[in-house]
Write a protein that binds this ligand. Structure first.
Ligand SMILES: *Cc1c(COP(=O)(O)O)cnc(C)c1O
Length: 405
């Protein structure tokens, strides 16, 4: 491996600390990633030198901040290869992006209509659609998955009928690591005239995203999962869609002209950015995207796949080890259980040994129900993780299992 992981780790000072007397091993990247100095510096630089409200002033600082904010939008556009900057809406994150969408499409969904989601969705790409269906007396249809954690494509094909108003699917599962064939899914849906919403919270981090190639109608993601700050995210939306849908929130910035008895709305993307935006967050996100571009997404993916492969192999030596999610096409997240041991106990012992993993339902209760488990232990990998850390996880897991048996 020629991936310069030792050099990379120097960009992430937070990793260099002890937890319970042992060097921190951070394997909770699917929940949030750590931030490189480039991101941290960009945020403080903004507050040190550029802070001002955007789009509203002619004075120097306001122009600086506006320019920086709009450049960040352009960087996001480039990163996902959107056709236009107007299609990049800054939000607080994936959750807000999808809630916004499930609200603004409300008038398009009527009693008896259907919305398709999958059994592997994160709550934030599930509950907003479920609640929309409840409000509109529409039906939420669930595309099932196999025991391996692969979407049932035959079911999906048959389920695409004229009553379906939207299909919402995750690009990559945060629990199973399954990479869904989103391009193929979009093609099938579009043949039936059905728009597709993609939860890209993990897809953006572990794959090369090209929204035009995927032909997605909507693609949502969060800054903090891709080494950027919390509180900033993106909703990509096809321009024709966003132009035809109503605004989400009302207030400053999203208006064109306001009168006592009527208001006209601003054009895209501002129509969907009411109020003062998270400028520092957008700049931090831009710095994170540049950081990734400099390393090269291909190399990052290769590195993470390698870690996943060795972790899977070594952990499988533990007696009673059961992996949740064994799709042939998977990445960077490894969920597991050990027979007779509660995931919470295992996670707690791992933490005592300095290894940070996540235990629980991973915001995917329906998926846990499908597998009939209370939760799993999940180790998820990022660009700064090392082979040595994988060995520490395996050793710690072996020790913990011994103690708990
Ligand atoms: C983390 C995550 C979300 C939610 O993202 P927030 O940043 O909490 O809004 C949604 N879907 C997937 C697949 C995720 O991993």
């Amino acid at each position: 491996m020629n991936f310069p992981v030792d050099e990379i780790r120097k960009d992430f000072p937070i990793l260099d600390q002890k937890v319970n007397g042992r060097p921190l091993v951070y394997f909770d990247n699917a929940a949030t990633t750590q931030k490189p100095m480039a991101v941290i510096n960009r945020i403080s630089e903004y507050y040190l030198k550029e802070n001002s409200n955007v789009h509203r002033g002619v004075h120097h600082l306001s122009q600086l901040a506006t320019e920086a904010y709009e450049n960040a939008r352009e960087s996001v556009r480039k990163f996902i290869n959107a056709g236009s900057k107007s299609e990049i809406i800054f939000t607080r994150g994936t959750t807000e992006s999808i809630n916004m969408l499930a609200t603004i499409v409300e008038s398009r969904v009527n009693e008896g209509d259907e919305i398709l989601v999958t059994a592997m969705e994160h709550h934030s790409n599930f509950v907003p659609w479920q609640q929309l269906c409840l409000r509109k007396r529409a039906n939420l249809k669930i595309v099932p998955i196999s025991q391996q954690g692969v979407l049932d494509m035959d079911f999906l094909k048959k389920a695409l009928n004229p009553r379906v108003k939207f299909l919402a699917v995750t690009h990559i599962s945060n629990v199973l690591g399954t990479i869904n064939p989103v391009k193929e899914i979009v093609k099938l849906a579009h043949e039936k005239g059905i728009p597709v919403v993609i939860d890209g919270a993990q897809g953006i981090v572990h794959s090369k995203v090209d929204v035009q190639d995927i032909d997605a109608d909507f693609y949502a993601f969060s800054g903090h999962k891709i080494y950027g700050p919390m509180g900033i995210g993106v909703l990509y939306g096809r321009e024709s869609w966003l132009n035809s849908l109503p605004p989400y929130q009302f207030g400053g910035e999203m208006v064109e002209k306001v009168g006592f008895d009527m208001t006209t709305f601003n054009h895209l993307p501002y129509k969907y950015e009411a109020g003062t935006p998270n400028v520092a967050g957008a700049l931090g996100l831009e710095a994170a995207l540049h950081y990734i571009d400099n390393l090269g997404m291909d190399k990052i993916i290769e590195h993470e796949d390698y870690l996943l492969k060795i972790a899977t192999k070594k952990l499988s030596e533990i007696e009673g080890m059961k992996f949740v999610g064994e799709a042939p096409d998977k990445t960077a997240a490894l969920s597991f259980l050990v027979e007779g041991i509660h995931p919470y106990d295992l996670g707690t012992l791992l933490d005592q040994m300095g290894v940070a993993v996540r235990t629980g339902h991973h915001c995917a209760d329906p998926l846990m129900d499908f597998y009939g488990v209370p939760g799993t232990v999940r180790a998820s990998f990022g660009l700064y993780n090392t082979e040595e850390e994988v060995s520490k996880l395996v050793d710690a897991a072996k020790k913990a299992v011994q103690m708990l048996r």
